[in-house]
Design a protein around this ligand. Structure first.
Ligand code: HEM
Length: 228
């Protein structure tokens, strides 16, 4: 039986949504949490990592191509999936169904958190023209202030836990739907491995928030005058 063009397009859009969740968005999430957790090692290690990122050539284009466009595609299709599906937890109260429902809810939470996150970090950085070595002190100052308030800490904790749950549950469903893990035993074991991975990522994020909150350290630009 051959599929109609409409069904084939629908299938390809769902596959694109699935792939973008792992690469590049999921890979970026892991890298982002890792880089930020350098703040728990020391403030200058963290500052150097921000210097490195902000001195990459064509940074804004790389971000648009590999983060913002895939994220926009994933979010758009994600909301279409959410709005076209029914919550049926009462009828089918199985753990797997709870897992899928929570994944949809956390997807929406992550979307609104990211608007806040980008609007208070990348947005002001671009508006104020803080490039190269001027970016690190500007951003560290924003983060120091963010985590001095209970609301700031809570917002980030909810955002981080939602993103790590959404991603790690997604890793599992990706492996099942692409036929990478087959059979009930393999799926159960993979569930445990991805849950542990999710806990480790969450611990990195929580440790970073705690460090910023308990020990806000201001920094000067590594190279004066915002030299490039
Ligand atoms: C940190 C950012 C994000 C990452 C790393 C991420 C990752 C993933 C992954 C890996 C999957 C699984 C794909 C599969 O099952 O094949 C997924 C599914 C999904 N994502 Fe995201 N995602 C992110 C943000 C978002 C946002 C902002 C939305 C907006 C609503 C969203 C909505 C969804 C939905 C609805 C699903 C499908 C769930 C289902 O099939 O029940 N995601 N995501």
């Amino acid at each position: 039986m051959s599929l109609s063009t409409r069904d084939r397009t629908h299938f390809l859009i769902l596959k694109l949504h699935s792939l973008t969740g792992i690469f590049p968005i999921g890979a970026f999430l892991v890298l982002h949490l890792l880089v930020n957790s350098l703040r728990t090692v020391g403030v200058w290690q963290y500052q150097l990592s921000i210097d490195l990122i902000n001195n990459l050539p064509f940074l804004i284009w790389v971000e648009i191509l590999f983060i913002y466009i895939p994220l926009l595609i994933h979010s758009l299709v994600g909301f279409l999936i959410i709005f076209s599906s029914k919550i049926n937890l009462k009828r089918y109260p199985y753990p797997r169904n709870w897992g899928y429902t929570l994944q949809r809810i956390t997807g929406a939470v992550v979307f609104f958190f990211l608007i806040y996150h980008l609007g208070t970090t990348v947005g002001p950085k671009l508006i104020n023209g803080k490039e190269h070595f001027e970016a690190a002190p500007f951003l560290i100052d924003i983060m120091n202030r963010e985590f001095q308030t209970v609301t700031g800490c809570l917002l980030y904790l909810v955002g981080i836990v939602s993103a790590t749950y959404h991603f790690c549950m997604g890793l599992w469903s990706f492996c099942v739907s692409w036929g990478i893990i087959v059979g009930p035993m393999a799926q159960r074991n993979a569930g445990i491995v991805f849950a542990l991975f999710g806990l480790a990522l969450t611990a990195l994020g929580v440790a970073t928030v705690t460090e910023f909150s308990l020990d806000p350290i201001p920094v000067e630009a590594t190279v004066g005058g915002g030299a490039s």
